[in-house]
Design a protein around this ligand. Structure first.
Ligand code: ATP
Length: 145
């Protein structure tokens, strides 16, 4: 059995990431899920959250804004409307988005509007978490890209 899985993160606009990885951890429908080579095939929806993967022993981080993860025998494909690697995240923009949405949410009464605010807040939080984890990784001297 190979000791890597080919990870592909794709959005309608671009291939965000494509590389062999040793391990993938993502937040799926039923909670956090870690995929190692040899994992049984599955398809699951993903939350708006951070995903982590190991490349040559070093942890890499991305923000995945929902979507679907398909685990095959030798590859894992993540299809999402929007996803960013930690290094692509504009932290100041995510902070601004969080503050703006928190302020807007208090003004909103319509259920759909409140839900839209909650989704926007989740996107900002996922980006901030990914950027933070990415910085910690760099401080530890990790990261190969
Ligand atoms: P904002 O209010 O800052 O636009 P948003 O959550 O509404 O945030 P999305 O609709 O999820 O943004 O994404 C629109 C595009 O902008 C996507 O291509 C996404 O990758 C990019 N994007 C959004 N926020 C950031 C960020 N903080 N850093 C880098 N790219 C971002």
């Amino acid at each position: 059995m190979a000791n890597t899985l080919n990870l592909k993160i794709i959005t309608p606009d671009r291939i965000v990431y494509e590389n062999p990885v040793e391990q993938i951890t993502a937040v799926a429908r039923d909670g956090e899920l870690t995929i190692l080579p040899g994992h049984e095939p599955l398809v699951t929806t993903l939350g708006i959250d951070v995903m982590r993967f190991k490349v040559r022993g070093e942890e890499e981080v991305a923000a995945v804004i929902g979507g679907i993860m398909e685990v095959g025998t030798s590859e894992v494909t993540i299809m999402s409307d929007v996803a960013e690697l930690d290094v692509e995240i504009d932290e100041a923009r995510a902070k601004q988005a969080k503050e703006r949405v928190e302020a807007e949410k208090t003004q909103r009464t319509d259920k759909i509007d409140v839900y839209a605010s909650e989704l926007a807040l989740s996107r900002a939080m996922a980006r901030l978490k990914a950027a933070e984890l990415g910085k910690l990784r760099k401080q530890r001297g990790g990261g190969i890209r």
